[in-house]
Write a protein that binds this ligand. Structure first.
Ligand SMILES: [Zn+2]
Length: 371
């Protein structure tokens, strides 16, 4: 919170500097008044409007906004907004933020914004900073909160929600015991009644989208009904683990290897499902395992290779936990948080680099599946 306040202050200073030597006026004076409003259309857009009532000639109108999220590159977005010429004494200007140009924001995202207007005498007017919550208001959301997790749902009884909350708490417990990872800050989970309802809440949803994690926003959106609870519990654990991993490792310098990120999420689901294990076993026996080095990059979109990549990621994380224990993998996450490279992090914690891990892990897998 302190960091955000500092950022906002910094951005105010920067705005004042960038318009130097403009004289800063209050929001309104006798010659000009401003009234701002905002219209949320979830998930597609937010429209910011400013009513201007002035005798003065205006030369510049800008909207400034900051999206609240965990990030090391928070910046104030600045939009120069057009206006009719000649200037009308009373006019409304606006800007529509089309989410199709930037990707989805999860429900509950807070956006702070303000307007600046400069007249031809270089007087700067600035509206008060306001905030808008980008909420999916299409449903009557209920919510429950436990240990840093707030779960929102609208379909199903209280038992449905407490069941899913228990899944979340069990996942946190498992991650804590086996990896030392935990949630450092609160997260929000939105349970839609089906995958279809979920996809309606996302711009550019893929037809197979069942759940989405927004790690830097501390949010998850997922479609779960009573009839697919088994899938739902696994998917929920998987996405929640992505938020935990992000909070444990995010830093301004480096991301973590994909096998570690996905491997922790697969591990959080519980035992590896039989389908995945079959892919793993077949690749071990057939001698076509994908190397740990290759799994540092985003996985193949081809279904067979994708299955194998997830299965291997589970297995690599399982290997590290089984062989070296909780303290070591926790140390690995901590070293990554400091911005280490992949090889250096592994060397520091386990005494070998990626190639070394690949050898150790393949030997371990072969001992299990290849006789
Ligand atoms: Zn994942």
């Amino acid at each position: 919170m302190i960091r955000k306040t500092a950022l906002i202050l910094l951005s105010l200073v920067l705005i004042a500097l960038s318009f130097n030597p403009v004289q800063v006026q209050s929001k309104s004076d006798n010659a000009a008044s401003f009234n701002d409003s905002v219209n949320v259309s979830f998930p597609g857009s937010i429209t910011f409007n400013l009513d201007i009532d002035t005798e003065r000639q205006i030369k510049d109108i800008r909207l400034h906004y900051i999206v609240e999220r965990e990030s090391f590159t928070d910046v104030t977005q600045e939009i120069t907004v057009g206006f009719p010429m000649p200037i009308q004494p009373e006019m409304t200007v606006g800007w529509k933020w089309d989410m199709r140009t930037t990707g989805s924001l999860p429900s509950g995202t807070i956006i702070q914004y303000w307007w600046t207007v400069i007249d031809i005498e270089n007087n700067l007017y600035r509206t008060e900073t306001a905030s808008v919550s980008f909420d999916d208001s299409g449903y009557n959301w209920k919510n429950i909160t436990q240990n840093n997790i707030t779960l929102y749902w609208y379909s199903g009884d209280d038992g449905f929600a407490t069941d899913l909350m228990q899944t979340c708490q069990d996942t946190l417990l498992r991650l804590g015991e086996d990896t030392g990872a935990y949630l450092e800050s609160p997260v929000r989970i939105y349970i839609y009644s089906s995958s279809y309802a979920l996809r309606e809440a996302i711009v550019f949803a893929k037809e197979w989208t069942g759940g989405v994690a927004y790690p830097s926003y501390g949010a998850i959106a997922i479609g779960i009904s009573r009839s697919n609870m088994e899938w739902g519990r696994r998917a929920l654990s998987h996405e929640l683990a992505h938020l935990v991993t992000y909070q444990m490792t995010s830093n301004p310098y480096n991301s973590i290897p994909v096998w570690l990120n996905e491997g922790i999420s697969m591990y959080a689901e519980g035992e590896l499902e039989a389908d995945y294990e079959n892919y793993l076993k077949a690749a071990a026996v057939g001698g076509y395992l994908i190397s740990v080095q290759s799994l540092c990059s985003p996985f193949s979109a081809y279904s067979d290779k994708s299955y194998l990549s997830y299965a291997e990621s589970y297995s690599i994380v399982d290997f590290l936990i089984e062989k070296y224990g909780q303290q070591k993998i926790h140390q690995l996450l901590t070293v990554f948080k400091a911005g280490s490279t992949y090889d250096n992090a592994l060397l520091e914690v386990y005494g070998y680099d990626l190639a070394g891990l690949n050898k150790q892990w393949q030997d371990y897998i072969s001992a299990i599946y290849v006789s």
